[in-house]
Ligand binder design. Structure first.
Ligand code: FAD
Length: 389
């Protein structure tokens, strides 16, 4: 099943790193990202009304413009005014687990993801370790000491279930990135062509039980954990996309309708999976402690999404951003159950839950990445068993 709505992503790869200034410039040729020229981006995607993926968006934009001009007055209908208030309520940072790029920034670019695949780039050594270090050591509720490379992850017992879950998500993401680079490794290069493919020894170095002193299998379990969480989020978000008010909009109506149908099929498939992850076990109870924990979780995750702006390799930054934003969208969905349930079925206005275009695009791309990793794992298993024979 293929969906061709998700290949263009709008990102700002030029945000300054908010944590340190002594960046080195990445000169690796495989780290370059080729952005789209304006002519390559479908017209519909460029129109700002697409931003909210809602039929109501035109109303809301009118309101926003009117408000900017100081013109909120009797000329706006009550319904429109209410739509504006509702939108604003949801447009703040509070529901989010992740920092999103400012799509209106002049630095923001469209990237055709098919032309810029996630694969081996050669980004490694102290620069890459600094990012992973900063994520695990300072932003992952993970008490452990700095070594280069990092120590294999010691026991994380003693942490509450939410903090352990957080760590497993990040470790799963790290595993997924490293599986991709091992599966699309630069095997050979000459003047005429580059040969990309599976590098089994690279995979073993990172995941083999003996070579990693037992850590590899844990990393792979964390990969499955991340997969289940994102799958669960897709299952839960089905009602949002099923509303008649939700339209895909690229400007090509027939294709948009076709894609909406495919999208719903995919989400129904996700829903048909047995429940393997119960998010209600996290942040259980409405007490102060649970609320505080959830806030800490959100803040820490937002910090990790900001660290992505410190990744020197642009290709790694692009995919790192998309995947952390996608996970942020999944977490937002999982912990917004009441708002999703309260969504009106038919009305065009005021859904109690909103996802921005960036959140939607990153959600599906992140799921695309993690599910590809799971499939690649199977490929590596059969390559390894062939080698043993
Ligand atoms: P690293 O992967 O750098 O890991 C550092 C240490 O963390 C390891 O020594 C180990 O102790 C621990 N560790 C490793 N895996 C896990 C895990 N799953 N869970 C917990 N702990 C773990 N390179 C590419 O070629 N292509 C890319 O697209 C790419 N994207 C990247 C995106 C980001 C955001 C970052 C930070 C890096 C990216 N890299 C990419 C670099 C890549 O992830 C590695 O850092 C690099 O290949 C060097 O690997 P390493 O063996 O030194 O260990």
């Amino acid at each position: 099943m293929t969906l061709n709505i998700q290949y263009y992503a709008q990102v700002n790869l030029n945000n300054a790193c908010p944590f340190w200034t002594d960046h080195s410039q990445c000169g690796l040729k495989y780290c370059a990202v080729k952005p789209c020229t304006p002519g390559e981006v479908p017209e519909g995607l460029k129109s700002s009304s697409y931003k909210y993926s809602e039929a109501a968006s035109q109303d809301i934009e009118e309101c926003e413009k009117a408000e900017k001009l100081g013109a909120i007055n009797g000329s706006l209908s009550d319904e429109t005014r209410q739509a504006l208030q509702e939108w604003k309520k949801h447009d703040d940072e509070s529901d989010r687990f992740c920092m999103l790029d400012d799509e209106d920034s002049p630095e923001s670019q469209y990237v055709d993801l098919l032309l810029n695949p996630e694969r081996f780039t050669g980004y490694k050594g102290p620069e890459a370790w600094r990012i992973w270090n900063s994520i695990y050591e300072e932003n992952c509720f993970k008490p452990y000491s700095v070594k280069r490379p990092l120590n294999p992850l010691a026991s994380n017992s003693g942490l509450c279930v939410e903090k352990r879950a957080f760590f497993r998500l990040i470790s799963g993401l790290h595993a997924s990135i490293n599986i991709h680079l091992s599966a699309r490794y630069l095997l050979d290069e000459n003047w005429f062509e580059m040969k990309w493919g599976h590098n089994v020894s690279e995979f073993q170095l990172r995941f083999d039980e003996e070579l990693t002193e037992g850590e590899g299998p844990k990393r792979l379990r964390n990969l499955y954990y991340l997969y289940l969480i994102e799958l669960r989020a897709l299952a839960k978000i089905l009602p949002y996309f099923e509303r008649p008010a939700f339209h895909l909009y690229t400007g090509q109506r027939t294709q948009d309708n076709e894609n909406k149908k495919l999208l719903l099929e995919l989400l129904h498939l996700a829903k048909s999976f047995p429940l393997h992850f119960d998010e209600t076990a996290l942040f259980a109870g409405n007490n102060k402690e649970a609320m505080k924990l959830k806030e800490d979780f959100k803040l820490t995750f937002k910090n990790i999404s900001r660290i992505m702006d410190c990744v020197e390799c642009f290709k790694c930054r692009l995919w790192g951003k998309l995947q952390t934003q996608g996970l942020g969208s999944a977490l937002k969905i999982l912990f917004s159950e009441r708002q999703i349930e309260a969504m009106p079925n038919t009305s065009n206005t005021n859904p109690s839950f909103q996802l921005s275009r960036q959140e939607i695009v990153s959600l599906f791309n992140a799921f695309g990445r993690i599910s590809t990793s799971v499939r690649e794992l199977e490929n590596f298993r059969s390559l390894l068993s062939n080698l043993k024979q």
